[in-house]
Design a protein around this ligand. Sequence first.
Ligand SMILES: C[S@@+](CC[C@H](N)C(=O)[O-])C[C@H]1O[C@@H](n2cnc3c(N)ncnc32)[C@H](O)[C@@H]1O
Length: 347
Amino acid sequence: MTETPTPVTAPEPPADVVQLMNMLTGGAVVQILHAVVRLNVVDHLADGPRTAKEVAGREDSHEGATYRLMRAAASLGVLSYEGDGRFGLTGRGQLLRAGVPGSLRSLLLIQAGPSHWGPWGLFPEAVREGASQVRKVLGEDIFDYYGRPENAETARVFADAMSDMSALVTHGVAARADVRGATTAVDVGGADGHLVLTLMEADPALRGRVLDLPHAVEGAIKEAERRGLSDRFTGVGGDFFTEVPAGDLHLLKTVLHDWDDERCTRILSNCRAASREGGRALVVETIVGELGKPDFAALSDMAMLCVTGGVERDLNEFDALFAATGWRRGRTYPVGGGYSCMELEAV
Ligand SMILES: C[S@@+](CC[C@H](N)C(=O)[O-])C[C@H]1O[C@@H](n2cnc3c(N)ncnc32)[C@H](O)[C@@H]1O
């Protein structure tokens, strides 16, 4: 008589192991998405499903490796598998195309490219030294690097990435911010000026300015033209550590988080000097929340430490900066994408 073997069920690894394994693949996921974009897979699939052979033929890439990439992207839900060796584009994958509403392509290219990915490779040193690793990788600070003529294309992608992120929050700011009575809004470090231009679209009497580094301000001028707002708009190339243009509504969106307290004090003081008593400012940042809870700001803070040398702050830390520079915080509310708007009044 033969014995029936007892079915063996493999024990599941403990939940902590599974979760940690998923975290460990984070870096691989970024580079899989990077390759999907760099090899234009999302564009090759824009008008319908294709096989890896077809994509590799169009892209002149290795067929087997292209298939493996597309299989991995399908396992992440970026591509779908349609049968017969054909892969299609999912809604998530669509967001990696250029020029589609809500595109995150430029943000990915910056995150996975040399100015960010390089410093992340040295992240433990950033913690040991309490300092950005950008100089070790690029030989200079990040905004100096973007300002070099030979890096104009990367700087353009960075400005596009800022626009990608702005799209997540500017309508939330325009819907909730109390900007009644303001006549001139100055978007300080405004890149392509999405925030000020969105506020100008909502208020036909509002005039707008973008102050940004000379290499970056051209994008704002073009964006104002594109939106038909040039007659109310001025682009100003300059340095917010030296001087900020006059206005009665200063906008600082994801600018303060790039800098330490001493440099934030200079920026906020220059904004205060360019405002008037009762003048207002809107500061849009992610705000560090309760310790021990999942927190986008606490994670973003690590990128600030490693890449720009800046810091994400909690409300007390923001209030200390505002009080030291002649500003008082009023209403504060979420505006989407993990970001909040803090309304300030000049005192
Ligand atoms: C993180 S980006 C934020 C851009 C924009 N406010 C947004 O949220 O889309 C920081 C911006 O500050 C600008 N910037 C950096 N240093 C500057 C300086 N010294 N003077 C003026 N702008 C500067 C950069 O060129 C960049 O556009």
